[in-house]
Design a binder for this molecule. Structure first.
Ligand code: NDP
Ligand code: HSE
Length: 424
């Protein structure tokens, strides 16, 4: 019988879920896979968590040296989160030849190169299915099931908190701040919601997923990021009138001018499968040149869904003849070609003085910047002011940004441009 000894570092939400699955499914793993998985060590500083899960004190430690020197431990699961001490613990485990399984997207997005180098040098495995989209097996789909394709694009709703907030704003006509409070009370959003609402969490995941999709390491600094803090319910309403739903999309594309990786609020057609992904659910829509479109859907967070991915990595890593390292094709300096000046359609909302000639001024500025107008609608007119919504044809990001800056400077534009939202 094959034996796998596991150490869990950090017994919080994901660590607790992992402990529960490994102990409750021990018999199943023996009977189905002929593999006896045992939790040999738990490293946790919070004694209350150990008591809550009724863990035998003899396997508990606060000292990483004890874990890495334990010959019964084959796989170290890092679910502490953050950069330190997680990074040092991971590297220490790898240097002792242990396989590491981690859910830590921030650490992987920022230090993948360094950690992978230590893993390779020590012939140790480094697996991180749980880092992107929790329980949804997107990483293994990219690395093991789509080799016969060049992946053309990956588009996803990969942050549950923001999808919950946008769903409530859309379905119940609420403003961002009111929904955020509700999301915090329900435990979806953290007390400090920055990582989720400002798009950092989605950007970390996109850096990892687009690196895997395109076999080119996409550093976090190359990911354009914009969150949902400035989204108004008005824009969601107006977007619906054009047939769009608003989502925080993470988009990776391989184009003629290089790789695009961007996270921003995005209008998508109501008929697109991603538009119907609601509440805190996640989904990833991948297009390969041969398979065409596929979509994965499920829970991107939570103790048991995320632990499901961790356990999959534990069993997978023990079954491979050789550890898997992603085959990257960046040039020898580690650079890929990245395109920051992407193009798409844009939704622009402005408040203007309600008088003759204003539309001509707006059209003039857009035309001067080669931004072609698809549609213009005057939405409201009150107290001598009018709300104008412009939908553009496909245009370049730099062109539209320059045009928006100039529009904000027009004397008949009451405030600076109220909203600029990309349309896929
Ligand atoms: P938690 O905060 O719930 O758990 C972290 C645990 O680690 C806590 O029990 C914490 O103790 C403990 N800890 C902190 N510092 C140390 C230390 N130095 N030594 C030992 N234990 C320590 O986090 P999550 O479980 O939510 O997240 C873990 C990782 O999983 C993160 O990288 C996160 O991004 C990722 N992830 C989480 C998902 C989720 O749904 N929660 C989904 C996908 C990925 P204390 O409570 O005292 O701080
Ligand atoms: N905070 C993340 C989310 C879960 O809201 O999707 C962890 O990846």
């Amino acid at each position: 019988m094959k034996k796998i000894g596991v150490a869990i570092l950090g017994l919080g939400t994901v660590g607790g879920g992992t402990y529960k699955i490994l102990t409750s499914k021990k018999e199943k793993f023996i009977n189905t896979f002929g593999t006896d998985v045992t939790v040999e060590n738990v490293l946790e500083i919070n004694d209350a968590r150990i008591k809550q899960l009724n863990i035998d004190q003899s396997i508990v430690t606060k000292n990483i040296a004890e874990v890495v020197s334990n010959p019964a431990v084959d796989v170290v699961v890092e679910v502490i989160g953050g950069i330190e001490p997680a990074k040092t613990f991971i590297e220490t485990a790898l240097k002792h030849g242990k396989t590491v399984v981690s859910a830590n997207k921030e650490l992987i997005a920022k230090y993948w190169h360094e950690i992978e180098a230590v893993a390779k040098a020590n012939d140790a495995g480094f697996y991180f299915e749980a880092s992107c989209v929790g329980g949804v097996p997107v990483i293994r789909t990219l690395t093991e099931s789509m080799q016969g394709n060049d992946i053309l694009s990956i588009k996803g709703i990969i942050n549950g908190t923001t999808n919950y907030i946008l769903t409530k704003m859309s379905d119940e006509g609420l403003e961002f701040n009111d929904v955020l409070k509700d999301a915090q009370q329900k435990g979806y959003a953290e007390a400090d919601p920055t990582a989720d609402v400002d798009g950092f969490d989605a950007a970390y995941k996109l850096s990892i997923l687009s690196s895997l999709a395109f076999n080119v390491k996409v550093p976090i600094e190359k990911v354009y990021r914009e969150g949902i803090r400035n989204i108004s319910k008005k824009d969601i309403e107006y977007g619906k009138e054009f047939g769009y739903e608003l989502k925080l999309l993470a988009i990776g594309k391989r184009g003629e001018n290089g790789i695009e990786a961007r996270v921003h609020p995005t209008f998508i057609k109501q008929s697109h499968p991603l538009a119907s992904v609601k509440e805190s659910f996640n989904a990833v829509f991948i297009t390969g040149d041969n398979v065409d479109d596929i979509m994965l859907y499920g829970k991107g967070a939570g103790d048991m869904p995320t632990a499901s991915a961790i356990v999959s990595d534990i069993l997978y890593s023990s079954g491979v003849a050789e550890h898997y390292y992603v085959p990257f094709v960046n040039d020898k300096n580690g650079n890929g070609v990245f395109n920051k000046d992407f193009s798409c359609k844009y939704y622009i909302r402005l408040t203007v003085k309600d008088k003759s000639g204003v539309l001509a001024q707006i059209a003039g500025v857009l035309g001067d910047n080669n931004v072609s107008i698809y549609q213009v609608i005057q939405k409201e007119s009150l107290d001598g002011k009018a709300v104008i919504v412009v939908m553009t044809h496909t245009t370049f990001e730099t062109a539209v940004k320059k045009a928006v800056e100039q529009l904000g400077g027009l004397k008949d534009v009451v405030e600076k441009v109220n909203a600029l939202i990309r349309v896929e």
